[in-house]
Design a protein around this ligand. Structure first.
Ligand code: GDP
Ligand code: IMO
Ligand code: MG
Length: 429
């Protein structure tokens, strides 16, 4: 096997960063293919913790090549701050180990402003976005009015594109949202100032990925967000503006779909969601609060408390079917230690009818009543478990229940945030 796609099967924050960092030990390339700095991937290495947003999670392993491919939207100012922050902590990042697509679209200051203006608007419907300008940047990409990182090479092109964009955006800021407008010239100068840092990293990343694949080199594709945040297949409109599903790996990275070999579906042992939108197994009250505290469920990007609830096998099975998940990486099992009983939604009841799929309409999903299968809880510290037999009986029963309801076997079980707090059941590469 030469490549593996890491896909979040729920609403994000499944522990993709930890698993990518773990598997990147044997990989040659680590490729981010969609999303932007709405992602927050936390890696714990010894006594150090790193929160990554745009930089791929392989960057902490010397000798690996990290790629930010064209499907990603990049906030260059934020990316520079992220790279500088990592460099100050001794992480070596330079144009030979980080390749950034010249075709990746830029998140501009007006995208962030528009995101915030919409979220704060009294007339608008709040999505609970990360406020990073992700939606507006992908909108401009599709509208063919976006700026790509490669456009930084031409002063004239930048000036024309910014001028066009700002005329439209200022109209919205002034007329619709009543927020201060921006000046095209200021934005142009701000963009030009990025060039010395950004330009040396820019390249044709699709070719790099294609050549690596042709040579049989090992590639990890690092997903951001999760399947229920997918703009096509998620809980629309409470979704992000990209496709965190397997199909987007090929498109975002620039590799033919038939080249993808293995899909690892990340499943947190319970469910969390940040922002608005339906969440059938949400636990409002003591148990939800307990899980949030035990799992430190606060957003890596925005610090918001994450909504927490029981595992939803209907949601995970939807991801398995959409993404062709071969194996599961089950994470944060340790967090559930201490609960008397554990529950997994096996199906829903909607208006008195049994259904085993996620309805297309978010209002229907909001009315779904989960029907639960239960397992006895378990106690004790399981973070040092290295094989399934090291786990208490209750934890093994819970894993069996998860695998049975989801219908896919686990390749690894994560029992703590650190690299070695992992039970490996199948080796990659
Ligand atoms: P991502 O967005 O999918 O990469 O996930 P996040 O990094 O946003 O959230 C996962 C959080 O859980 C991070 O703080 C990780 O360090 C932590 N984590 C990952 N795996 C485990 C685990 O198995 N147990 C515990 N207790 N924490 C974990
Ligand atoms: P990682 O990669 C969890 C959510 C936001 C909001 C919705 C739209 O760390 O798993 P956006 O800013 O993308 O327009 O917000 O999507 N969201 C995430 N939730 N983890 C993420 O990324 C997320 N990225 C976006 O909270 O509900
Ligand atoms: Mg996250």
């Amino acid at each position: 096997m030469t490549n593996v796609a890491i896909i979040g099967t729920q609403w994000g924050d499944e522990g993709k960063g930890k698993v990518v960092d773990l598997l990147s030990e044997k990989a040659d390339y680590i490729v981010r293919f969609q999303g932007g700095n709405n992602a927050g991937h936390t890696l714990v290495i010894g006594d150090q913790s790193y929160a990554l947003h745009t930089v791929p999670s392989g960057v902490l392993r010397p000798g690996k090549i990290s790629v930010i491919a064209s499907g990603v939207v990049v906030d260059p100012e934020d990316l520079i701050a992220e790279i500088k922050g990592l460099t100050e902590r001794g992480v070596d990042i330079n144009p030979s180990n980080l390749k950034i697509s010249e075709k990746a679209h830029m998140i501009m200051p007006y995208h962030r402003l528009l995101d915030a203006a919409r979220e704060n608007s009294v007339n608008g419907r709040k999505i609970g976005t990360t406020g990073r300008g992700i939606g507006p940047a992908y909108e401009d990409k599709a509208a063919r009015t976006g700026l790509r990182l490669g456009d930084l090479r031409s002063e004239e092109l930048l000036a024309t594109r910014i001028d066009l964009a700002i005329r439209e955006k200022n109209c919205l800021f002034q007329e619709l949202y009543g927020v201060p407008t921006l000046k095209a010239d200021d934005l142009w100068k701000r963009a030009l100032s990025l060039r010395p840092f950004i330009l040396p990293f820019l390249t044709n990343t699709a070719r790099i990925v294609q050549e690596a694949h042709a040579k049989g080199q090992k590639i990890l594709f690092e997903g951001a967000q999760g399947v229920q945040l997918d703009v096509d297949h998620g809980t629309y409109p409470f979704v992000t503006s990209s496709n965190p599903t397997t199909g987007a790996v090929a498109m975002g990275a620039g590799l033919a779909p038939k080249c993808l070999e293995n899909v690892l579906g990340l499943v947190k042992a319970y469910t969390s969601r940040v922002g608005e939108g339906p969440f059938p197994t949400e636990l409002i009250g003591a148990t939800g609060d307990w899980i949030r505290d035990s799992g430190h469920e606060f957003g890596t990007t925005t610090g918001r408390p994450r909504r927490c609830g029981w595992l939803d096998a209907v949601v995970v099975k939807a991801a398995v079917d959409l993404c062709g998940v071969d194996h599961l990486a089950i994470t944060k099992l340790d967090v559930l230690s201490g609960l008397e009983e554990l529950k997994v939604a096996s199906h829903y009841e909607l208006d008195g009818e049994r259904i085993d799929f996620v309805p297309a309409d978010s209002a229907d999903l909001a009315r779904c009543q989960p029907v639960y299968a239960t397992a006895p809880g378990f106690t004790g510290d399981i973070t040092k478990a290295k094989k399934l037999e090291d786990l208490p009986k209750g934890a093994r029963e819970y894993l069996d229940l998860m695998e049975k309801l989801i219908g896919v076997p686990a390749a690894l079980v994560s029992v703590g945030p650190e690299r070695d707090e992992t039970i490996i059941l199948k080796s990659y590469f």
